[in-house]
Design a protein around this ligand. Structure first.
Ligand SMILES: Nc1ncnc2c1ncn2[C@@H]1O[C@H](COP(=O)(O)OP(=O)(O)O)[C@@H](O)[C@H]1O
Ligand SMILES: [Mg+2]
Length: 402
């Protein structure tokens, strides 16, 4: 069919033509926004899940909801080894602009506090040229949010920001993607600041997204984090939602799927959003006409798989060293031999002791490889002694590539 009209959108963070199966999260967030704007106690949302399930896209959709309510919003992505100050300052700068508070003086004060928060990144005595600036014209407000203790500084920053938003009956929402990659000091400061805010009733919330072990990261940092955030597990789509993700965009282009074709698609994609977009795209291009048939799906599957092998799996595999690749391969073998417990053998955790046994090595000798894979975000450990791929069906990919 006409590739120019192909509606599907495989790719990290690519907005899907139809955001299927996320009504519950969208509705829950509407409630959060309303309650927080009214100064009521409310937990913020944190989205967790494997790569490619649609966390980033959902985070963007939630941001859209906040913008439609007139909130100030900003977004940042945590990166391993990078501090929070700079990216957060840029995000908050954006949020203040979106708020559109009518008083220039009050806006300038808050911008000045953001600037002093950012400047502190270079250290107390840094010269002007070493100070990174988030493009703010207002003068820095000395003595506010620049103590050097991130926790204190965040509380001061959020308090001033919350005051500005509360003035006009709105709020500020900060969207934090890849939250598991925050450094330990930043995680603990952020939780503490959110805790303070929730007690003061100021309308500032942090909405996070990250890998499945993010709740463990947060609760290891602050035991009360479970009371701050409502964790929403973002997962593969159920059959009806997966069908809708394929059918609705096709219908907009006057195309349709035969029932057998939809069944074959679900078989192939397992309902994982990234796979749905990749298969949808390949099948559309290769099918001669609408309605799309199961035979079309079979013809397009190798094309979809080879796209995934490059764009989704390969880019991650490339990041592993030879020793780490052996470890990944052993994980894949162990997973393939054990009975599936989650209903999806492609997403199950294995015992790291089994991986070591498979490689004929002592578990301690494999710690460096394991730790490095954890840091690279290729695997995660949700439970002590267990390890799983962050990428669904990664084991199958590894075993097929041999
Ligand atoms: N609810 C959904 N329905 C249909 N497609 C989706 C949905 N959520 C995400 N996608 C698609 O899945 C892919 C991965 O989304 P992304 O948000 O980058 O995942 P993650 O951040 O969890 O790795 C994108 O191509 C996106 O268009
Ligand atoms: Mg993402």
């Amino acid at each position: 069919m006409d590739p120019i009209r192909n509606p599907y959108a495989p790719g990290a963070g690519q907005r899907p033509p139809e955001l299927a199966g996320r009504d519950e999260q969208l509705a829950a967030f509407e409630v959060v926004l309303e309650r927080v704007a009214k100064g009521r106690p409310e937990r913020s949302l944190v989205l967790t899940g494997l790569r490619g399930v649609g966390k980033t896209v959902l985070l963007n959709a939630l941001r859209g909801s906040a913008v439609r309510k007139g909130w100030g919003t900003g977004k940042l992505e945590a990166r391993p080894g990078q501090g929070l100050r700079r990216p957060l300052s840029s995000a908050l700068h954006q949020a203040v602009r979106e708020l559109g508070h009518p008083s220039g003086d009050e806006v300038d004060h808050v911008l000045g506090v953001i600037k002093s928060f950012a400047h502190r990144d270079a250290g107390a005595g840094a010269r002007l040229k070493d100070q990174w600036s988030p493009g703010i014209d207002a003068p820095a407000v000395r003595g506010r949010a620049d103590s050097g203790d991130v926790e204190i500084d965040l509380v001061e920053l959020f308090t001033d920001l919350g005051g500005l938003a509360a003035d006009i009956g709105k709020g500020v929402a900060i969207f934090l993607d890849e939250m598991q990659d925050l450094g330990p000091d930043d995680v603990s400061a952020l939780c503490a600041a959110c805790h303070e805010l929730s007690q003061s009733g100021l309308p500032v919330i942090v909405v996070g997204a990250g890998l499945p072990h993010l709740p463990a990261v947060l609760s290891a940092s602050k035991s009360y984090s479970e009371r701050l955030f409502r964790y929403q597990r973002i997962d593969r789509l159920a059959r009806e939602a997966a069908d809708r993700a394929l059918e609705a965009p096709a219908a907009d282009e006057d195309a349709a799927y035969e029932p057998d074709a939809l069944a074959a698609m679900y078989d192939a994609t397992g309902g994982y959003p990234y796979f749905i977009q990749a298969y949808g795209k390949a099948v559309w291009d290769l099918a001669p006409r609408s309605p799309i048939t199961a035979a079309d799906v079979a013809v397009a599957a190798p094309e979809a798989e080879s796209e995934l092998a490059v764009g989704f799996f390969g880019s991650r595999y490339e990041r592993a060293t030879p020793g780490e690749r052996d470890y990944l391969m052993a994980m894949a073998d162990v997973a393939a031999e054990q009975p599936a417990s989650s209903g999806d053998p492609g997403a199950d955790a294995v015992l790291s002791s089994d991986v070591a046994a498979r490689l004929g090595k002592k578990p301690q000798s494999l710690s460096p490889a394991r730790d490095s894979l954890l840091k690279k975000g290729l695997v995660y450990s949700g439970e002590r002694g267990r390890i799983a791929f962050t990428v669904p069906h990664f084991g199958r990919y590894l075993r097929e590539r041999g």
